[in-house]
Design a protein around this ligand. Structure first.
Ligand SMILES: Cc1cc2nc3c(=O)[nH]c(=O)nc-3n(C[C@H](O)[C@H](O)[C@H](O)COP(=O)(O)O)c2cc1C
Length: 135
C-alpha cells in the first residue's frame, strides 16, 4: 500500500511525530504548506492543537481536497486533553466522507509544560500506530 504523511506544525512537535510515523512507513513526512494529496493509498494527517483547534492550514487542506472514500489516519500533539485536535480533524473529514482508519495523539511541549515531549516513548507509540496502519 502507498502512504502519505502530511503534518502541520507551529513549534516542531508534530513534525517529529510525523517523521517517526513516516520512517516506519518508508516515506518522507510532508509539510502541509507544500504537500499535494496523493491520488491513492492511505493518507496520514497530523497537527498540533492551538486554541482547541488543529492548525488552520491543515483544516484548509482538508476543506480544499477531495476525501470522499479516501482512507485516512490521524495524529496529533497537544498541551493537554484527549486529542481534540484529532477529533476536530476527524469531524471535518467525516463531513467529507473520508474513511478514518486510526487515530493517535500524544503530549507536546508547550512553554514550561510537558518538558521533553514528544519523547522516545511517544515515538515508540507513534511507530506502533504506523505499523497498525500498514495492516
Ligand atoms: C499558539 C499556541 C496555542 C496553543 N493552544 C493550546 C490549546 O488550546 N490547548 C492545548 O492543549 N495546547 C495548546 N498548545 C500547545 C500545543 O498543542 C502543543 O505544544 C503541540 O505539541 C504543538 O504542536 P507543534 O509543535 O507541532 O506546533 C498551544 C500551543 C501554541 C504554540
Amino acid at each position: 500500500m502507498k502512504f502519505q504523511v502530511i503534518y502541520f506544525t507551529q513549534t516542531g512537535n508534530t513534525k517529529k511525530v510525523a517523521e517517526a510515523i513516516a520512517s516506519e512507513l518508508g516515506v518522507k513526512a510532508e509539510d502541509v504548506n507544500t504537500a499535494k494529496l496523493n491520488p491513492d493509498g492511505l493518507i496520514l494527517l497530523g497537527s498540533g492543537k492551538y486554541g482547541n483547534q488543529p492548525g488552520k492550514i491543515m483544516m484548509e487542506f482538508i476543506e480544499n481536497n477531495i476525501f470522499k472514500s479516501r482512507n485516512v489516519a490521524l495524529f496529533g500533539t497537544s498541551g493537554s486533553g484527549k486529542g481534540l485536535e484529532v477529533q476536530e480533524m476527524e469531524k471535518a473529514l467525516n463531513a467529507k466522507e473520508a474513511s478514518i482508519k486510526g487515530k493517535f495523539f500524544c503530549r507536546g511541549k508547550f512553554m514550561l509544560f510537558n518538558r521533553g515531549r514528544p519523547n522516545e516513548q511517544d515515538f515508540t507509540e507513534a511507530k506502533k500506530f504506523a505499523k497498525q496502519m500498514m495492516k
